[in-house]
Design a protein around this ligand. Structure first.
Ligand code: ADP
Ligand code: MG
Ligand code: MG
Length: 889
């Protein structure tokens, strides 16, 4: 024991699985296995606290640590009846492994040192004891190489080259074919290599070696490589790593010894079956190193029957103890089985679902526990075609995993070509520096999108996700030459028409066509989302603007539409002239005429959507976008006028162009996003909400007429800041509904609510609630207006720097800013419900499909979330997880 109350050293028998923060994952699980009576070589763990203290003082060990280690070592020597370095005559040597083990498993930490304790003094005794000198010399040469490389930093090839040369001289292929004499020679050679490379001998005192090995593990926690990995994976820098020191067991002691790895279930399919590999007469990582080809675990039954039976039983015990699929390392020494590691096994998304479901059937897990074994991202992967995991190719570059799923197609460099060739049924991948709204027609028909620029919420990413199209964004290492029609990645140049494959779930890009496997909405998927439906409290709706999207959303389990935008209904090319006439109308008559042209078109759109959602609620948002979007561009119109003036053109044409220019100027706004948007437009032109309401009511009645059932109509007024706005707009809608129903002689329930997307609206939500049947938090705009950032500008600019520099924890458009924007939602919800306790509260916007944000919405007691159709299953699942998280289970 050292210093205050920090304990740096733990005998293996002192620990258990709950002590992970101190003992690391490996150490905690080793201790747990020991506790369960599973055979594990004895040892002790230097806790993460020692690593943290050492890192904090720039590499200086805390006082007393070395003495503590020596005490632990003495106890281990007593328990094993062996001595590090051997007794006087080198007999009875204790050999050790020194293994790093962080709290969260991290690749790139220090490699394990095996056989520490073998040396000139002990090698003979070791061989005599095992009646196998070859084994002793094999262990010795392995140790010299590992220690030299890992602790002293000798370049790996320095030793490996000598080994290869020796095998060549002997005319053998396998290490196992080398004789004892060969290995003795190799030990001599390796000592020479170390001296040559380091200018001195390797330390020969095993205690000094132990100290060096432990110190190297501490050091590996703070390498740039480790720090970069932690940052990329959100692992705190102050966790530290533990060091596990254990007695060696030898899988290389002859033909009754072996080493292997196994999983308690198949990690790629999830099927409960024997899965693993082993090698006779081998040590450590020979199995995974690929030097010799390992044999399937089933064959171990013949070779080592007793150890095999015990292993199979232990696998089952460990799995039921941890209630999760385990990834296990084992070694058999002279017929006796030892376990060297167990941890929950990494698995594919499909396997995760299968295992969760099977474990419920097996009554190992409750449904609720099973829900916690699957990550929302895994469900997401299964909703899209994926690259066949057996592909075995390396990516040519990597970008951001902006929209999941895999895409294979020919490279094209512009949206028109994509639209043309994709429209003709060819598989194309649109490759752009970045995409803009002008590229949509290409994105729609492409298999996937690759951009060099932009983040997870760049235009390309958002659009692709919305459409369920795979996208890799911000692949900054690619060079695109649009005029030259080439894509350069590293030293490879792709011409238009060359095949590439994107993995939007990982961000990887492959320079060839890989096999894809179809989306796997299988029984496992359905079972798990159905359990989620039983657990979740919030409703899940979809954002859908067309009948097709609505049908897709329903298929994926949406319980209605939370946001149906009507803008695109105005933007369509065949409607724009009428819309323009309506805006520019100089008399009420003229305006009424234009609206009358638009009305039947709108009605048709609504009929499709209501048919797809019959029996479920549909929230239709009345027209929102800025007026200028319907009008010609100010600059272009000015140029047109100039040209007509200069060319002395047709006088009538000129005066019409001038008139239009005047109108465009009159309606021009400096900052349209904060201009005549949302209900402000309806306040200026009540004819618009009136026309839309008529179209909605007529559509609802027509659908009921035809199908006997219609959708639940909810009309939503956008961008309200003042209660009086909602009051006025509500009056228009109510009056129109009454008028339509009277004319039709029909009845229809219509509810009227509003978007909460301005801070003022959230603050005065109590006043607004007087006139609202429901609120829907438009969290995209609420983030823009609440944080005071324009999304497009911010994401192209400072926002990514903020995220990279950790000024803010993440992009607030991806996951809601809990404290700020989340606070506004909370205020809006509380104040709204203070007036109307039954007020329905929804969220529309991308946060409605984001698991972390859904967690907040559950905490705030909102009624439902609404997200893009493809995210509906994720939202259903995440809403259930949010309930479980709230319960603290
Ligand atoms: P990694 O985290 O890279 O898997 P490990 O610490 O698990 O590193 O060890 C590397 C290899 O050495 C594994 O095959 C492991 O089973 C083996 N090994 C570790 N400790 C011992 C030991 N005490 N006796 C025999 N083999 C060991
Ligand atoms: Mg390793
Ligand atoms: Mg391991």
């Amino acid at each position: 024991m050292t210093g205050e109350s920090v304990q740096y050293l733990y005998d293996m028998s002192e620990g258990d699985a709950s002590m992970r923060p101190l003992l690391g994952g490996k150490g905690a699980n080793l201790a747990e296995m020991k506790r369960l009576g599973i055979p594990v070589p004895d040892g002790f763990t230097v806790s993460t606290a020692a690593c943290i203290a050492t890192t904090a003082s720039g590499g200086e060990w805390p006082a007393g640590l070395w003495e503590d280690i020596l005490d632990s070592l003495t106890r281990l020597e007593e328990r094993t009846g062996r001595t590090l370095g051997g007794d006087q005559d080198g007999a009875n040597p204790l050999l050790l492994s020194v293994r790093s083990g962080a709290v969260v498993s991290m690749p790139g930490m220090m490699d394990t040192i095996l056989n520490l304790g073998v040396g000139d003094d002990t090698v003979e005794a070791l061989g005599a004891e095992a009646d196998n000198p070859r084994f002793a010399w094999d262990s010795y040469r392995r140790f010299l190489q590992m220690y030299g490389e890992v602790v002293e930093g000798v370049a790996p090839h320095a030793y490996e080259d000598e080994l290869t040369a020796l095998k060549a001289r002997r005319g053998v292929e396998q290490d196992t074919e080398l004789s004892t004499e060969d290995l003795q020679e190799l030990v001599r050679t390796f000592k020479d290599v170390s001296r040559r490379e380091l200018g001195r001998d390797l330390p020969t005192d095993p205690r000094e070696q132990l100290r060096g090995a432990i110190d190297a593990v501490f050091g590996s926690w703070d390498t740039p490589r480790a720090r970069v990995y932690r940052r990329a994976n959100g692992i705190p820098d102050d966790l530290g790593t533990a060091v596990n020191v254990m007695q060696m067991v030898f899988g290389n002691r002859g033909d009754t010894s072996a080493t292997g790895v196994c999983f308690t279930r198949n990690p790629s399919t999830g099927v409960s079956e024997l899965y693993g590999e082993f090698l006779v007469n081998a040590q450590g990582e020979d199995v995974v190193a690929g030097i010799r080809t390992p044999r399937p675990l089933a064959q171990m039954e013949e070779v080592l029957p007793e150890a095999y039976t015990q292993l199979v039983r232990t696998m089952a015990d460990l799995e039921s103890h941890y209630k999760d699929m385990q990834d296990i390392e084992f070694t058999v020494e002279d017929g006796t089985l030892y376990l060297l590691q167990t941890r929950s096994g990494k698995r594919t998304a499909a396997a995760a679902l299968r295992i969760a479901r099977d474990m419920v059937t097996e009554e190992v897990l409750t449904r609720e526990e099973a829900l916690q074994r699957v990550e929302p991202a895994q469900l997401d992967q299964l909703l899209h075609p994926a690259i066949d995991p057996e592909h075995g190719r390396s990516p040519v570059t990597k970008g951001l995993p902006a929209s999941p799923g895999a895409a294979v197609g020919e490279v094209v460099f512009d949206a028109d070509t994509a639209a043309e060739r994709g429209g003709a049924g060819e598989a194309v991948v649109l490759v752009r520096y970045e995409t803009t709204p002008d590229d949509i027609h290409g994105v729609i028909v492409a298999q996937g999108v690759l951009t060099a620029h932009g983040g997870m919420t760049s235009h390309a990413a958002v659009v692709a996700r919305g459409m369920g199209r795979p996208c890799v964004a911000g692949a900054s290492k690619i060079r695109i030459d649009v005029p030259g029609r080439t894509l350069t990645i590293g030293d490879r140049v792709f011409a238009e028409g060359d095949m590439i494959t994107l993995d939007g779930s990982t961000g990887e890009v492959y320079g060839e066509a890989l096999e894809l496997i179809p989306p796997q909405i299988n029984e496992d998927f359905q079972a798990i989302t159905a359990w989620a439906d039983d657990v979740r409290r919030m409703g899940v709706r979809a954002n859908a603007d067309t009948g097709e999207d609505a049908a897709k959303a329903r298929e994926l389990g949406a319980e209605g539409i939370g946001l149906c935008r009507t803008e695109h209904m105005f933007m369509a090319a065949d409607r724009l002239p009428a819309v323009r006439r309506m805006i520019l109308a100089e008399s009420e008559d003229e305006r009424a005429q234009a609206l009358a042209t638009i009305l039947p078109m709108q009605q048709e759109d609504f009929e499709e959507i209501f048919t797809a959602m019959a029996g479920l609620p549909v929230t239709v948002r009345l027209l929102d976008p800025p007026l200028h979007e319907f009008l010609p561009d100010l600059v272009e119109q000015s140029l047109l006028v100039q040209r007509l003036e200069l060319t002395d053109g047709d006088a009538q044409e000129l005066s019409a162009a001038r008139r239009l220019l005047g109108q465009v100027k009159r309606l021009h706004e400096q900052n349209p996003m904060l201009g005549t948007r949302g209900c402000r437009l309806g306040m200026l032109y009540p004819e618009i909400p009136e026309m839309q309401t008529r179209a909605i009511v007529r559509a609802a009645l027509a659908v009921r007429e035809e199908h006997g059932q219609t959708a639940g109509v909810e009309i939503m007024i956008p961008l309200v800041a003042y209660a009086s706005e909602l009051k006025a707009q509500r009056a228009v809608v109510e009056r129109t509904v009454a008028d339509e129903l009277a004319t039709a002689g029909a009845e229809l329930e219509v509810t009227i609510g509003t978007m909460i997307e301005l801070p003022r609206a959230a603050i005065v939500a109590d006043q607004i609630a007087e006139h609202a049947d429901f609120f829907s938090f438009g969290t995209n705009d609420l983030t823009q207006t609440g944080v005071g950032i324009s999304r497009d500008d911010a994401e192209q600019g400072f926002l990514s720097t903020y995220v990279a520099d950790e000024v803010i924890p993440g992009n607030p458009f991806e996951s809601i800013d809990r404290d700020g924007v989340g606070g506004l939602v909370q205020i809006g919800a509380e104040r709204g419900r203070s007036v109307r306790p039954d007020l329905k509260l929804g969220v529309c916007g991308e946060h409605g499909g984001d698991p972390a944000s859904i967690g907040l919405f559950e905490e705030l007691g909102l009624t439902y979330v609404s997200c893009s159709p493809y995210r509906v299953p994720i939202a259903r699942f995440a809403a259930a997880r949010a309930v479980l998280a709230q319960r603290g289970t």
